[in-house]
Write a protein that binds this ligand. Sequence first.
Ligand SMILES: CCCCCCCCCCCCCC(=O)SCCNC(=O)CCNC(=O)[C@H](O)C(C)(C)COP(=O)(O)OP(=O)(O)OC[C@H]1O[C@@H](n2cnc3c(N)ncnc32)[C@H](O)[C@@H]1OP(=O)(O)O
Ligand SMILES: Cc1cc2nc3c(=O)[nH]c(=O)nc-3n(C[C@H](O)[C@H](O)[C@H](O)COP(=O)(O)OP(=O)(O)OC[C@H]3O[C@@H](n4cnc5c(N)ncnc54)[C@H](O)[C@@H]3O)c2cc1C
Length: 705
Amino acid sequence: MGTRCEGLRDSLSPIAYYEEYSHFRLDCLKIDDNKELSMSANEDLAKERARCDFNVSEITNILDGGIERTKQRKKIESIALSNGKCCDVTPEETLGPKERYENAIRKSCLYTKIVKDQVLTLTGLEVLGSNSSVLRRTADAFFKDISPFLLHLGMFVPTIMGQGTPEQQSYWLPRALDFQIIGTYAQTELGHGTFIRGLETTATYDPDTEEFVIHSPRLTSYKWWAGGLGKTSNYCIVVAQLYTQGKCYGIHPFIVQIRDEDTHMPLPGVRVGEIGPRMGFNTADNGFLGFDHYRIPRNHMLMKNSQVLKDGTYVKVASHSKLTYGTMVFVRVMLVNEVAFNLAKAATIAVRYSAVRRQSEKISGEPEPQIIDYVTQQHKLFVCIATAHALQLSSNWLWKTFSAVLADMRGGNTENLPELHALSSCLKALSTSDSAALIEQCRLACGGHGYMLSSNLPLLYSFVTATRTYEGDYTVLLLQTARFLIKAWEQAESGNPVTPTVSYMEEAVVGNKYKWNGSAEGIIKAAYYVAAGKISSSVTSIRKRMKNGKAFEDAWELTGVQLVAAAEAHCRAVICDVYRKETVRLTANSSPNVKTVMDQLNMLYLSHWALERTGDLLRYTSTTEDDIISCQQRYEELLAAIRPNAVGLVDAFDFPDEILQSTLGAYDGRVYERLMEEALKSPLNAEPVNRSFHQYLKPLMQGKL
Ligand SMILES: CCCCCCCCCCCCCC(=O)SCCNC(=O)CCNC(=O)[C@H](O)C(C)(C)COP(=O)(O)OP(=O)(O)OC[C@H]1O[C@@H](n2cnc3c(N)ncnc32)[C@H](O)[C@@H]1OP(=O)(O)O
Ligand SMILES: Cc1cc2nc3c(=O)[nH]c(=O)nc-3n(C[C@H](O)[C@H](O)[C@H](O)COP(=O)(O)OP(=O)(O)OC[C@H]3O[C@@H](n4cnc5c(N)ncnc54)[C@H](O)[C@@H]3O)c2cc1C
């Protein structure tokens, strides 16, 4: 084995070396062990599928948004997946940082070409809007980590669409959509991410040349974090403080060219690079960017919401001051879907693995059970399936709300923007936080093998945990929702009408305590009463502090912990409500067994959160200990009822193996064979003896070091 491998490393590039060599090693295994790795599917999984009592594709269609959308998704997936060149023969995580980046660019270009040549012609631009999750999902067959192009379609293009004038859009969009230019979104700086009014990059208008001068006055004003900025993008949206006629008008978006379109060299006055290794996103070349009095034409300011005329006059066009924040709202809406889909992947991996894995003895001497038969394992996993459903359906609902508010705003009506901001903020915060925690729960549910990168659970976690921070940190966004809730509470108290998502306050301000009722509707109502109770307590605390002499801002700040909890409770109630209503609506014409299993999952989610919040229920409603006991009993019955359908439920997410990219979660359940196959691809297995033995180990062991 050793002799066949020696010398290869010297003659081949690292990637070619690994590609070449991994075949040798699989060969070697067969020869050395004199037996082939099993190719047959796992029997336990086959049995699980046989016992599933509902039509799997019916639930797939519900989750996709209808049978036609399932067909379209599958068509797009098959176009992308039929291109065999997407595969990595060597796991990308075993490559060095440069090779990983280069490999990510190779795959991004390949994928982009497929999307441009075949997918866009099939779907039109729709695939970049409400249907963009299909593109993201398919892209995961190409990337285990993140594509350096994510920000191009995720934020650069949406910012031009949302913040550019029609003329600007017609100039930039064709070039961007054709990938003649690649862009990103550089807002965050070394010194500020959350407090964007505090950004330090300046764009000062010079009427003599009709240009803006972009400048980074100090180290903390360097842009930091933008995905694809370090090495890939040649353009970016730069968010900077606009100065004209000696006055600062706050932050505005500008399109800035940072690299030469031909040589790709950074342009004079631009300092750009990659920010170094991160917990995840390591193929996304997140970058830094600084400017030294760098000039751009006047019309590179995105001028849909406000303009600077040739003479330097500032003109405000938009009717709402926060429309410049529009791209962030859009991405927050998209992220709810994004994390729902990643949680569904983790649940698929962990449930299938739990059906394959056998461990311990329930009864001494009896065969080891599948670990999915432990009720504690069901408790860990079934809520993950239910949450993936809850977030998927909430994200569809949020998208519809977003589209309706956008349509209003096109007609000049921004009345519903505060409610949309409050909703998208808390749904982004809770969905990312829940998904990250539950993906980690899936990893833990897979024991030691879940810790393997080849399970894909660590990468899913590292990606999703970042979503809790970026596009607005969890706490910060919940505090934004709390602002809205406190105002709404005050309106309800004074008898004024409130918007639909907070209409529960009208009943709650009277001070009634809600009597527990274990039905779905009863639990949802209780959740709203908990939210109302927490909002009311926050209002009381703020008022008390102000009465004791604190300014409103100080009273608000001191009440922060309660405010975050109130916003969290409000959002949980909204998710419970939307999940229930959408489940009932979407299964109205379903077959009886689909209706039953979707109802069970929904009830499981509601009961789970009731039990997680028993303290709140006892405090803010008239729930008794007996009610909690019956809720616990119902929850345990639901675990047992869902158990036979668990594998069917994750199959309904319909992830091809190429997208799941997991040794533990593949459809055929060949867990152990795949783990070994992947282990054999490790570069450390490329030679029987590593050279460090001769350099260090041997001298140490022989006392010659
Ligand atoms: C292909 C598709 C792929 C899809 C996947 C995409 C993946 C992409 C990957 C992405 C990778 C990562 C990419 C990235 O990470 S890009 C960087 C993202 N950065 C952030 O998200 C920064 C977070 N910070 C903020 O948003 C603001 O600074 C906040 C909001 C915290 C405060 O802000 P500010 O200090 O200015 O405001 P104020 O507190 O004085 O409040 C003043 C008033 O304004 C209202 N207000 C505030 N904001 C909004 C709003 N938006 N719409 C409507 N209204 C809004 C507010 O409620 C208040 O109202 P009122 O109480 O006075 O009535
Ligand atoms: C993987 C990744 C990719 C990213 N991609 C991009 C990108 O493409 N483009 C881009 O522009 N940015 C990007 N970012 C930056 C991201 O948007 C910011 O990191 C994020 O908005 C949080 O801001 P911050 O880092 O300044 O955190 P900080 O605001 O410094 O937060 C630190 C802590 O302080 C708390 N805190 C802050 N303000 C308050 C407050 N008012 N009240 C209470 N608590 C508060 C927070 O809750 C948090 O616990 C990315 C970040 C990551 C991790």
